[in-house]
Design a protein. Sequence first.
Length: 145
Amino acid sequence: MIAFTQSEPSLLSVKRVHMIGIKGAGMAALAEILSSRGIRVTGSDTSERFFTDDVLAKRGIKPIEGFDPRNIPQDSDTIVCSTAYKPDTNAELASAFAREGVRVMSYPEAVGALTRERLSILVTGDARQDDDQRASFGNTQIFGC
């Protein structure tokens, strides 16, 4: 298991975030949210074309192709990484953990931090469910359809 943040993560003080695996659907959506908050967002991913390339481009975010420690801007204060990558197989992510004063968060940790900041509503679905299911966790309301 990889240990990311040491305490309850927060995104309230983030000024510059670098996202490793930024083209994934969830990571791109997170990049949009962070960018809309005025946070400077950079990121890297494979050279493969994703449907999220256009989404990111509309926000002025151009992913760097490939993974390399030099992709991470020196002034990044937070690095968010997709769970698709591990530090033992991704040099960029490994270098992120080696940086002092830079917080490294997994995508789920970053989403969790967002849901702790504001009331959040999540809608999930499963074609096999017959009944509506509802759950509540802190500021998060979950509705299963």
